[in-house]
Design a protein around this ligand. Sequence first.
Ligand code: AMP
Length: 397
Amino acid sequence: MSQSSPSGKGMRPSSRKVGILGGGQLARMLAIEGARLGLEIHIMSPSPADPAAQVTNHWLKGELGDLAAMTELLNRVDAVTIESEFVDPKIVLSAEAASGRQVTPSVRLIAELSDRLQQKAWLEKMKIPTAEFVAVQKSSDVENFFAQPNVSAGRGNRAGRAKGVVVKKRRFGYDGYGTFILRSPSDLESWLSEHGLTSAEFIAEKFVPFRRELAVQFAINARGQICEFPLVEWQARDSKCHWVHGPVKARGFDQLSARLRRALVKSGYVGMIAFEIFDTGRELLVNEVAPRVHNSAHYSIEGLYLNQFAAHLQAVLDLDLPRAPTAAAPGFAMLNLIGSSDQAPVLPMTALNEVFFHWYGKRDNRLGRKMGHVTALGPNGPAALKKLLKIEKKMRV
Ligand code: AMP
């Protein structure tokens, strides 16, 4: 499909109404970008104090499981999107049937990609490399997988010999919750005694001795126009994204990116989507797919002229997308501001003058809660990150 087609869809001068299901920080940043684009953003969330509810006059009270509220929101707007994949597809389908309006991305794809087993099947079907895995129905499935020679003995590579199994909850895992790394038979034993008989469903996959974790995001509209965001490196601390920097290069990425783009077109996906990737030094393996805007692209608000939130809204409204956003600087970095306690944070406002500061307006500080983020630009990713890590030392979140 030509991206320079004269029949492309420009923005209509009249303000369009876009509904967002959910009121957290992702919805807040979508709402702020939506307002910048001249859109009327409607938020459905439980409380007017929610991060996204604070930034719009069009707020509707409703939990994600509230069919009546969801139907009402769908009736009020021209297009609807969602900030979290953890929604009950049956409720969305009922609201769609009652209102005659569809949520974007499609709830069918959201449901498929938010189940780790179906996500793995989707990756395999699309010929996208991922870690070997098995579905776990009973404890012996994990034991048998662990006992496989290529799992229990590990395989040498430049990142070293590593062995083990990673057990993951099929649904509702996030920020490392629901992911268990089992490196030894005793880890396996304690996991089995704690979780082996619970009703939650799991998959088990081979431990990947990666050198670094990468991520890439795409925005795609209903006409198949795809905008590819730069490849980034990220690192977690306590299982949560600590920082991101980029752009980075990785051997074999062009091939992987072509496969990802083909998979998106083939599936009819619409909106922003993020892929987390393990780089082992020998190969690139997709670890996780997030069908929404994603923490790994928050840097794009200042690092690129087209950021992920605007790109998502453009995709949802079937407006034209460029092949890639234009970079605002050669390098960028983003650092999450994660709560360290329930005490009020100490923010060095003068030092923050050196960076782009985002605070999500969450009422309570809490250990492990994402409270905000900072972004820096620079001659390259590591230089921008250095600036952020220096500022981090001066603050207590
Ligand atoms: P996930 O729940 O898949 O996002 O995993 C959380 C984190 O656990 C990842 O960012 C990795 O650091 C680590 N992890 C997940 N799966 C694996 C794996 N198969 N091998 C090694 N580390 C993993």
